[in-house]
Design a protein around this ligand. Structure first.
Ligand code: 5GP
Ligand code: MN
Length: 345
């Protein structure tokens, strides 16, 4: 059985918003991942089938290994066409904010969404949501926003309207936010939901393969280079760092999305509980953090890199050189030395 975790009043409120408004906009966070896009597309398909004038807009582009999901060709990328994006935001009657907790996470769209007079519904699983939406569905203990979309539709009595396309998108988000059900995924109800999705004829093995066994040769060699030449291990404090300069990326013809998931690999090393990836982007340095067990990545990201996220997966940013970012990271490690030494998987 699937527990009714979302209060009935909120379900009713969302239902009446959907019934009363026609122009609906869905948006999600910067560098959309499988969960951001999966949750957004699932809701998009549902609203489209309900006859709504629905649009999905993302702040910037998403990786190639998510393009197999139905509807990705209809996703608007704000960065490519901000005027159209602003027009859509200003004219929307109802805006769904999915998989992010603070406006800043949608980048340059933030001020327009905040200023919009549309009704707003937040559906998310990051801690500390900023409460500026009309309806807030926030469950940090739930491992993906896609699972929350399933729960919302299921609790609203709409299971029969979940078709194969919707089920695939939901499954993709649940799978990617749990690393293929290898972390944050001990809740038995996750597997009850998967069972209900399989009844919609999804091919979960094909979905796994589309997402994870889809490297280009260049990307796979870039991974090899990174692990061989750009990895530092701090074994006594159970930590690892991988990093890539702009020059490294150019040398190995790295494309958008190619380094997605790299940060997880050092956690395969015995004894490592904390892994970081520092990536030199066009005009800033992007950081990704992953941990196993009780070490709080989001705390570390917030303290040193203006970031946040979940206990075991977080990110942040740094303005300066790659070398300076590495120095600050190592300063952080020093400060967290005791916590890291006692951290357990
Ligand atoms: P990733 O490492 O895959 O980019 O992000 C991991 C998690 O951290 C995601 O849940 C994402 O929402 C969060 N995250 C990534 N970058 C940032 C950031 O710059 N700020 C905040 N607040 N969260 C981030
Ligand atoms: Mn998510």
């Amino acid at each position: 059985t699937i527990t009714d975790i979302i209060p009935k009043e909120l379900i009713d409120e969302i239902r009446s918003f959907i019934n009363n408004y026609n122009k609906i906009l869905i948006t999600t966070h910067l560098s959309p991942d499988g969960d951001a896009l999966g949750a957004s597309l699932a809701l998009y398909h549902y609203l489209f089938r309900r006859g709504k004038d629905v649009k999905l807009i993302v702040p910037n582009s998403f990786p190639y290994f998510l393009k197999w999901m139905k509807g990705t060709e209809n996703v608007l990328v704000y960065e490519y066409n901000p005027e159209v994006g602003q027009h859509l935001i200003m004219n929307a009657e109802l805006i769904f904010c999915l998989d992010f907790n603070v406006p800043k996470r949608i980048g340059k769209m933030a001020s327009f969404v905040t200023a919009s007079n549309a009704k707003k519904i937040l559906i998310d699983h990051h801690p500390y949501p900023e409460n500026s939406c009309d309806v807030v569905i926030s469950y940090p203990e739930i491992s993906s926003t896609s699972e929350l979309i399933f729960r919302l539709l299921y609790q609203a009595g709409e299971y029969e309207y979940i078709d194969k396309d919707i089920a695939e998108c939901i499954y993709c988000g649940m799978m990617t936010d749990t690393g293929g059900f290898t972390y944050n995924s001990n809740d038995p109800e996750i597997f009850e939901i998967i069972s209900l999705l399989l009844r919609k004829q999804i091919d979960k093995d094909a979905i796994y393969s589309n997402v994870y066994h889809n490297y280009t040769e260049e990307r796979f060699r870039l991974l090899g280079f990174t692990l061989l030449k750009r990895m530092k291990i701090y074994i006594d404090i159970h930590s690892a760092l991988i990093y890539l300069s702009k020059e490294d990326q150019q040398r190995y013809k790295s494309k958008k999305g190619d380094t997605e998931g790299f940060v997880n690999y050092p956690l395969s090393i015995r004894g490592i509980v904390f892994s970081a990836f520092i990536y030199e982007d066009d005009n800033y340095i992007k950081l990704s953090f992953r941990s196993q067990g009780n070490f709080a990545c989001n705390e570390f990201a917030a303290e040193f890199f203006q970031g946040g996220g979940h206990l075991n997966a977080a990110g942040g940013e740094f303005y300066g050189t790659l070398e300076e970012a590495i120095v600050l990271f190592e300063t952080g490690l020093k400060k967290y030395e005791l916590k890291l030494k006692s951290a357990s998987r």
